[in-house]
Design a protein around this ligand. Structure first.
Ligand SMILES: N[C@@H](CCC(=O)N[C@@H](CS)C(=O)NCC(=O)O)C(=O)O
Length: 224
């Protein structure tokens, strides 16, 4: 049994929260979900008891606090080894760590221009030149993983793992902003987006009422 609590932000917007939430939900690991409303008057008060500098996600495991989405996923992979968060083969594991770290530290234009927004669609959306460069790199990363390490299943490293959780918010963005996909990205995006865990997240995001203006892209949109 586990005694886990995951503190997350608004499901519509909080891309960082989605990553560890997905690992827990995917594997049916029991956890308490505590949602705080980002960038509201209550946020500072709600997060004050924690060391994580007023940011989510935060994982509580008994007395232990773990913060930062990648660190939480690392912890969950260790805590639940049966789920093989990282690939078993060392070369694949090294690449999975590389692409997860790259997701954590890179793709600034895609993040900035396409904030995660699960409940809206942005028909005709256009990226800047920097955004297009990031997108090309994203597709190259997925192709590299799928072609070299993706045998045995539809996920980046064959079976579902930490790298898929790290890239899940990108999948959400590609769907919301109706980005044209190549032949590797298309089945990957469809498989992840249609999964019950992601659909449950989207359903919760849809009924949230808060609007965070700075996370609303400057492009005409419509509800899903
Ligand atoms: N690197 C951190 C980033 C966490 C982060 O920036 N979370 C956002 C919500 S998605 C947040 O809490 N923002 C509040 C703030 O910046 O004050 C992680 O991966 O967990």
């Amino acid at each position: 049994m586990s005694d886990l609590t995951l503190i997350i932000g608004n499901k519509n917007y909080s891309s960082w929260s989605l990553r560890p939430w997905l690992f827990l939900a995917w594997h049916d690991i029991p956890f308490e979900e505590r949602r705080i409303s980002l960038f509201t008057d209550s946020m500072e008060r709600d997060l004050a008891p924690y060391f994580s500098d007023t940011k989510v996600p935060i994982l509580l495991d008994g007395d232990l606090e773990v913060w930062d989405s990648l660190a939480i996923l690392e912890y969950l992979a260790e805590r639940f080894p049966a789920y093989h968060g990282w690939p078993e083969a060392q070369p694949a594991r090294a690449v999975a760590r590389s692409v997860s770290a790259e997701m954590h530290s890179s793709f600034p234009a895609l993040r900035g221009e396409m904030p995660m927004n699960c409940r809206r669609r942005f028909p005709g959306f256009r990226l800047s030149e920097e955004g297009e460069r990031d997108l090309k790199r994203l597709f190259a990363v997925w192709r590299y993983c799928r072609e070299r390490h993706g045998h045995g299943g539809p996920w980046l490293f064959g079976t579902f793992g930490v790298a898929d959780c790290m890239y899940a918010p990108m999948v959400m963005r590609l769907v919301s902003y109706e980005i044209e996909l190549d032949e590797v990205a298309r089945p990957y995006v469809e498989t992840l987006y249609r999964s019950p865990a992601i659909q449950a997240w989207v359903a919760s995001g849809r009924v949230e009422e808060e609007v965070i203006e700075e996370d609303e892209a400057d492009w005409p949109s419509q509800p899903i």
